[in-house]
Design a protein around this ligand. Sequence first.
Ligand code: SF4
Ligand code: SF4
Length: 218
Amino acid sequence: MSPVPGRGLAKGLAVTLRTMTRRSVTAQYPDAQPELPPRTRGVIGLFEENCTVCMLCARECPDWCIYIDSHKETVPPAAPGGRERSRNVLDRFAIDFALCMYCGICIEVCPFDALFWSPEFEYAETDIHELTHERDKLREWMWTVPAPPALDPAAEDPKEIAAARKTADKLAAEQAAQAQQAEQAQAGTQAQADDGTQADSPQAPQGPQAEPPQEGDA
Ligand code: SF4
Ligand code: SF4
């Protein structure tokens, strides 16, 4: 069967007309900023205080684009007679975003919540070397990380909050017990003071009394 002449042209024009009458969805970036979802994978922020230099993120990164240097430091014992401890001190933490494929594995595996996604994405550079962000830059990204979504009202408390609440309850119970002991001690002191006052006060003589001499006893 031979094709109808001009059918393709009519179909093409129909598509053009349909598209022309639809509302445009093009965002005029950079004049208009895009509305990104809060958990957008834009860049990775480092919360250095939480990092224990365990190297898990660097080992698991499929692109080997996390660079960590550290040294060990001896910490004096917490109490006299205790043992000295050693701890890792971070010297360098860098991520090469020219290699990163934004898989998020480093963030998932970090056991100490030191890495977070930030939705910031405007860090294009003309020099590829500038895409290696050192620790100071990674820390700056932390301040652009959105707050986590609120917990479901029926959800269990996070373990950190549950532990803090348990400690606060224990402390309150200890303080209440101390206050009770202090009250009891005060009541005991008061009772002793009252007894002492009674002992010092003049009292009628106790026991058999010498009878007054009667007439004719001599
Ligand atoms: S997001 Fe993936 S590729 Fe990028 S640094 Fe983390 S683990 Fe490596
Ligand atoms: S996994 Fe987390 S704690 Fe361990 S080195 Fe990486 S960022 Fe630091």
